[in-house]
Write a protein that binds this ligand. Structure first.
Ligand code: MG
Length: 379
């Protein structure tokens, strides 16, 4: 089988997700947003899909590599894309090559009429989700105060059925942010609201210094938090080693630091994390995410998967030393997460009343794509 076509088609859809000038998502008025559908086709009629790669980069850098290749040679294609990142580092990001890799997995699953987590080697049929909030804001009754976080956590756990909750707290451009004191106040309000038995996590400001990170970590220990995520710039592994050495609370990472499985290996080996962290968008695809999961497993360390979406969920279905949670979000009191995007017929990751997201049963990665909507809204 040979790949004969790869396209990235931009289309418009309506969204209520806005961004502040530091890039953080918040609820807002309905806007025209752009998404891109990547399609890979073969000479035998097999097709694979994924969202999110830039058309110019796919045309210029990806197509020359993948056209003519066997779509089942995922490792060969991924290694070629990885090496090409040296030549075209600005466009050929880990996120983008991850989209291509997931589309190839989707093609394989669709062609063999199997869900991808089964092709990977299935381990479980469902995974607990945690409610993962948007970052703090200044919206009345949104996520503007510690009490807002407490109220939202109470709804998520007691009404919606989540079994775990993660805060993203306040960051610039909010004038007074970041603030260790406010972060701890929000975490305390959430603990107070949900009681002692619910696992809670914090992902705070990413550029605290060491002393701030240590103070925050100690505050979380008093509140019996489950993990502490990315309080400092991850480019400094030594800082995380320093932090891990002093805290009892598990420190998780690296999340956004480049370097794929190589950085994960260094962090584990050097004692810079207690839980490993990888996601399809961080390490360049589902194939390398499984490498990271197996790496962590080999050190008896859980790999907690970063972010939602089909690549991450299928990986969680096939990890023998599981990451415990699927990240469901980003959530906000004024966003209805249960409503699928217009370009999907059904929600990809529905959650049951017990707080579980079930592995997709449809062939491929499990997306139920509304192709008519996309065709009608092509740019
Ligand atoms: Mg994070």
């Amino acid at each position: 089988m040979k790949i004969t076509e790869i396209t990235a088609q931009p289309f418009k859809y309506k969204s209520r997700h806005g961004r502040d000038n530091e890039g953080h998502g918040h609820p807002g008025p309905e806007i025209d947003a752009t998404q891109t559908l990547v399609t890979i086709k073969t000479d035998e009629g097999a097709e694979g899909y994924m969202f999110g790669a830039q058309k110019s980069v796919v045309d210029e850098h990806v197509a020359p590599i993948v056209l003519g290749e066997d779509p089942f040679d995922r490792e060969k294609i991924w290694q070629k894309l990885r090496h090409m990142q040296r030549i075209a580092p600005s466009g050929l990001t880990d996120r983008l090559i991850g989209v291509i890799d997931v589309a190839l997995w989707d093609l394989a699953g669709r062609h063999l009429n199997m869900p991808v987590h089964k092709l990977l080697g299935g381990y479980r049929e469902k995974v607990l989700a945690y409610a993962s909030t948007m970052v703090g804001d200044e919206i009345e009754n949104g996520l503007a105060t510690p009490e807002d976080y407490g109220r939202f956590a109470e709804w998520a756990i007691k009404e919606r059925g989540y079994k775990a909750f993660k805060l993203h707290t306040w960051q610039p451009p909010i004038a007074w942010a970041p603030s260790v004191k406010m972060d701890i106040a929000a975490c305390a309000a959430v603990r107070e609201a949900v009681g002692p038995d619910i696992p809670l996590m914090l992902d705070s400001y990413h550029y605290y210094n060491r002393m701030d990170a240590l103070a925050l970590g100690r505050g979380l220990e008093e509140l019996d938090f489950y993990w502490f995520e990315e309080p400092m710039d991850e480019a400094s592994m030594s800082s995380y080693k320093w932090l891990c050495d002093q805290l009892d609370i598990p420190v998780i990472g690296p999340e956004t630091m480049g370097g794929k499985m190589f950085t994960r290996a260094e962090w584990i080996k050097n004692g810079a994390c207690d839980l490993s962290r990888s996601g399809v968008g961080d390490v360049g695809g589902l194939s390398p995410l499984m490498k990271c999961a197996h790496l962590a497993e080999s050190f008896n360390m859980a790999c907690e998967v970063h972010g939602g979406g089909p690549g991450n969920l299928n990986a969680l279905g096939a990890m023998g030393m599981p990451g415990e949670f699927y990240e469901r979000g980003l959530l906000h009191p004024f966003i209805d997460y249960e409503e699928p995007a217009q370009y999907l017929n059904t929600l990809f990751d529905p959650m049951d009343e017990e707080g579980y997201v079930h592995m997709p049963t449809r062939a491929g990665i499990g997306l139920d794509i509304n192709f008519d909507y996309i065709t009608e809204n092509l740019i």
